[in-house]
Design a protein around this ligand. Structure first.
Ligand code: ATP
Ligand code: MG
Length: 448
C-alpha cells in the first residue's frame, strides 16, 4: 500500500475524551471512529489489525479441531425465555420489537441458539464430541461503555461451545481450549495468564479468565509472580491427547492466580512473600464448563449407547477479539505510539523515502516495494511529499515493527537503513539484505 493512496486519518491533537493510552492511540492513528457511545467504525488500519487477530483465532481453533460457523446477531426472545435468561440478563440485553410486535434481541452471547441447533440436528452419542464456534458481533448495553473498544457496547467476540457425552470428555474440551487459548494469545505477542474466576450469569463450576497485565485493566488480580515465567512456546501438542492437555492445564493453573471475585487471602498467604503480586489486568477471554445447565433447560439430549436419552455436557469459551486490539496496545506502546507485535501488525514494514522526487531514491523504494510484495509481505510505502520528521512520526504512531529508510546519501554507498520500532536500533545494509531479514523475521508468523 502507498500511503499517498491510503485512508489514514491520523489526528495531531490528543482526543480529550480518551482516558487510556490504547484508546488515545487508536483514535490518533486513525484506526477507529466512534459512531455513538461504545459503538465504533473500524477504519482501514484498525480493521486490518482486527482481521489479523481474527485470523489467528481461526487458525488456532482449526488446529484444535473446532468448527467455525455463523449465527445471527438478531435473535428471537423465545429461546431465551425457555432458558430463563430473557429475564435474568437484565438491562444489558438490547431488546428490539419487529413490525409484528414480536420480541427480538441483539445477541449478547449464543448458548441458547447453539443449543437449539444442537437439539434439532444431533441425536446420537456417536455424533459427539462436537465443538462449534463463531466470531460474531455481540451487543451488551454496558452501563459505562469506556476505554474505546475495550469496553464497548457492540464488540467482536469469538464464542465457542462444546458438546460432550460425559463430564470427563467435557473437561478434556475445557483443557483443550485452555491450551489453544494460550497459543492464540502468544501468537499475538501477549502474555495472557489464566486465572481462576467467577462464572457470573453464564453459570457453572469451572471457569478461567485470561488476563493481560496492565495498569489500566479493570480487574484486580492476585498472583504468584512465577506464573509470568511460564510460556507455551512452540511445543508440539496433540489436541486429542487427554493427558497432554491436562498436563498443560496443570502447569499453567496450579500456581496462585485469581481475580478479585475468587481471591482467597489465606491461600495467597502461602505464596512466598517476595513472589506475591497484586496488580491489574484486562480480561481477554474466558472458558467455562457448565455441565448440563443449558441442555437440561432446553432439552438437549442424545441417545446413549443403551438407547436412553442423556443430557449433554457443555462448555462455552470466549475471546474478546475487538478488545484485544486495545489490550495489545496497552501492553505494547511507548510515548511515540503503538508498537505492534509481528503477529498482528497491519503492515509488515514501512518504507520511508527521505527524498521523494529524487530518481534514485524513488527507484530504490519502488524496487523494495515490489520485492517485498512479491515475497508475500505487505509494506506501507510513505511516498508522500513530506519532511522526513513527519514521515517518521507517522510510522512511529501507527507502530509498524520494522521500517526501511531510503535516502540518496545511503544509496550512494549501496545501503538502506532497517530500524526496529521496539528497540529503536537502526542498521545499515544493502536493500537485498533488508528484504532477507524481513522474510526471516516474519517466517514464524505466517499462516499459523
Ligand atoms: P467483562 O467481565 O469484562 O464484562 P464478561 O466476563 O462479561 O466480560 P464474557 O461473557 O466472558 O465477558 O465474554 C468473552 C470475552 O469478550 C471477554 O473475556 C472479553 O474479552 C470480551 N468482552 C466482554 N464484554 C466486552 C465489552 N463490553 N467490550 C469488549 N469486549 C468485551
Ligand atoms: Mg468473562
Amino acid at each position: 500500500m502507498r500511503l499517498s493512496r491510503y485512508f489514514l486519518p491520523v489526528l495531531k491533537e490528543t482526543p480529550s475524551e480518551a482516558q487510556i493510552v490504547s484508546h488515545r492511540l487508536m483514535l490518533r492513528a486513525g484506526m477507529i471512529k466512534q459512531a455513538s457511545a461504545g459503538i465504533y467504525s473500524w477504519l482501514p488500519l484498525g480493521f486490518k489489525v482486527l482481521r489479523k487477530i481474527e485470523d489467528i483465532v481461526h487458525q488456532e481453533q482449526a488446529k484444535a479441531g473446532h468448527m467455525p460457523m455463523l449465527m445471527p446477531t438478531i435473535q428471537s426472545a423465545e429461546l431465551w425465555r425457555e432458558s430463563g435468561r430473557y429475564d435474568d440478563y437484565g438491562e444489558e440485553m438490547l431488546r428490539i420489537k419487529d413490525r409484528h410486535g414480536r420480541d427480538m434481541l441483539f445477541t449478547p452471547t449464543a448458548e441458547e441458539l447453539i443449543t437449539d441447533i444442537f437439539r434439532a440436528h444431533v441425536g446420537s452419542y456417536k455424533d459427539l464430541p462436537l465443538t462449534l464456534y463463531q466470531i460474531q458481533w455481540k451487543f451488551r448495553d454496558e452501563v459505562r461503555p469506556r476505554f474505546g473498544v475495550m469496553r464497548g457496547r457492540e464488540f467482536y467476540m469469538k464464542d465457542g461451545y462444546n458438546f460432550d457425552l460425559t463430564k470427563e470428555d467435557a473437561l478434556h474440551a475445557y483443557n483443550r481450549h485452555l491450551v489453544s487459548y494460550l497459543r492464540t494469545y502468544e501468537r499475538m505477542g501477549l502474555q495472557a495468564i489464566p486465572m481462576r474466576a467467577d462464572s457470573g450469569p453464564i453459570g457453572g463450576d469451572d471457569t478461567h479468565e485470561f488476563l493481560v497485565l496492565a495498569e489500566t485493566g479493570e480487574s484486580e488480580v492476585f498472583y504468584d509472580s512465577a506464573v509470568t515465567d511460564l510460556s507455551f512456546g512452540d511445543r508440539a501438542i496433540d489436541y486429542d491427547d487427554v493427558a497432554q492437555c491436562a498436563g498443560v492445564l496443570e502447569e499453567f493453573t496450579t500456581k496462585y492466580a485469581r481475580t478479585d471475585e475468587t481471591h482467597d487471602a489465606a491461600l495467597f498467604e502461602q505464596v512466598p512473600e517476595e513472589r506475591r503480586r497484586v496488580a491489574r489486568g484486562i480480561e481477554v477471554g474466558q472458558i467455562f464448563y457448565f455441565g448440563t445447565k443449558y441442555s437440561d433447560a432446553l432439552g438437549a439430549t442424545v441417545q446413549g449407547s443403551d438407547g436412553k436419552p442423556v443430557p449433554v455436557h457443555m462448555g462455552s469459551h470466549g475471546i474478546g477479539v475487538s478488545r484485544l486490539v486495545g489490550a495489545i496496545i496497552e501492553a505494547s506502546h511507548d510515548e511515540n505510539g503503538i508498537i505492534w507485535p509481528e503477529g498482528v501488525t497491519p503492515f509488515h514494514a514501512g518504507i520511508v523515502n527521505l527524498k521523494q522526487g529524487d530518481a534514485e531514491a524513488d527507484g530504490a523504494c519502488e524496487a523494495l516495494y515490489s520485492a517485498l510484495t512479491a515475497l508475500g509481505l505487505e509494506p506501507l510505502y510513505d511516498d508522500r511529499n513530506e519532511r522526513a520528521g513527519g514521515k517518521f512520526a507517522t510510522m512511529d504512531l501507527i507502530g509498524l515493527p520494522w521500517r526501511i529508510t531510503v535516502g540518496p546519501r545511503g544509496l550512494k554507498n549501496g545501503v538502506v537503513e532497517l530500524t526496529s520500532r521496539r528497540t529503536g536500533v537502526s542498521e545499515e545494509m544493502p536493500p537485498e539484505q533488508a528484504i532477507e531479514r524481513l522474510v526471516e523475521i516474519y517466517a514464524p508468523h505466517r499462516g499459523g
